[in-house]
Write a protein that binds this ligand. Structure first.
Ligand code: F6P
Length: 321
């Protein structure tokens, strides 16, 4: 099928949602229309492919969404798509519509599914990195990261006001199950005293030292940002372990920012990145790219094999650490 010219494509969002996904859907749909392709939306990620929740889209279906968070296509982490039976049903649902190209907006788990599917059924798939975590090799940024960091920084600024008024130490947990990009960047931008990330072990004793040094310099409040995936545990665990080792009168609070980081109006940066990647993905597909992810590295649009996006780690810059 891949030898055939791509003329009917499906677009879906998969995995955790990310602000800017709508801008990417919009770019994919409008670029498809521009090139005379028929374009279908798939609801709820791979689940919609299996449940046959597939519908035709046109330029109008993506009007007034560039500024909206979430994803109009909805998203899911599909368990059924991990099974060959699920993927077979998905293929039949695409085949009956003559769909011969797929654009998947999501993270590495979504690309793993796309790679398998593409190899099994010879349908070209192309990925667009959409995750607030930024931890995907093959793109300097991922859609949603910039918005998530700005949301977290705004929250840290607010917490700093109350931390300062009450002379408290705050442990703020940010998202990042396996990655510390959000933590390190919002920690720096929010002026945190310390940041704990999975990529770099910061023992509890080091945080205790930092806080004690601050206290010795008459610093009355402090912020420690903890990535949810840190080796020392989440912010609750870290805060408890630190409290056990410090002056019992130290006034400590924990705030978990949670899913607030996944929603909201996408920043201009995320909208532009998403538009660029949406166009890049679709035009790549038309040029014969398959089993790759469109990404931006050093401000250049590039295509990276799914295999590399899944297996390669993207290190956090040493200078940030
Ligand atoms: O999409 C990535 C992410 O936000 C991670 O940072 C976080 O660990 C995870 O998703 C949370 O997933 P869920 O929304 O399923 O709880």
């Amino acid at each position: 099928m891949s030898a055939k010219k791509v003329n009917k494509i499906a677009v879906l969002t998969s995995g955790g949602d990310a602000p800017g996904m709508n801008a990417a859907i919009r770019a994919v749909v409008r670029t498809s229309v521009y090139h005379g392709l028929q374009v279908f939306g798939v609801a709820r990620g791979y689940n919609g492919m299996i449940d046959d929740d597939i519908f035709e889209m046109d330029s109008k279906s993506v009007g007034n969404i560039i500024q909206r968070g979430g994803t109009i296509l909805k998203t899911a982490r599909s368990k059924e798509f991990f099974e060959i039976e699920g993927r077979k049903i998905a293929y039949e649902n695409l085949k009956k519509r003559g769909i011969n190209g797929i654009v998947v907006i999501g993270g590495d788990g979504s690309f793993k599914g796309a790679q398998k599917f593409s190899n099994e059924f010879d349908i070209p798939c192309i990925g667009i990195p959409g995750t607030i975590d930024k931890d995907i090799a093959g793109s300097d940024f991922t859609i949603g990261f910039d918005t998530a960091v700005n949301t977290a920084v705004e929250a840290i600024d607010k917490i700093r006001d109350t931390a300062d008024s009450h002379d408290r130490v705050f442990f703020i947990e940010v998202m990042g199950r396996d990655s510390g990009y959000i933590a390190i960047e919002c920690g720096i931008a929010g002026g945190a005293e310390a940041v704990m990330i999975p990529e770099n072990l910061t023992p509890i004793s080091e945080i205790v030292n930092i806080l004690e040094q601050g206290i010795s310099k008459a610093k009355s409040s402090s912020i420690v940002v903890v990535a949810e995936g840190d080796e020392e545990g989440n912010a609750q665990i870290v805060a408890k372990n630190i409290k056990d080792r410090m002056d019992e009168n130290l006034d400590i609070r924990v705030t978990t920012l949670g899913h607030i980081q996944r929603g909201g109006i996408p920043t201009a940066y995320d909208r532009i990145l998403a538009s660029r990647l949406g166009l890049g993905a679709l035009e790549g597909l038309l040029r014969g790219e398959k089993n790759v992810m469109a990404g931006v590295v050093n401000n250049q649009l590039i295509y990276t094999p799914f295999h590399d996006t899944i297996t390669k780690k993207k290190p956090v810059s040493e200078d940030l650490i």
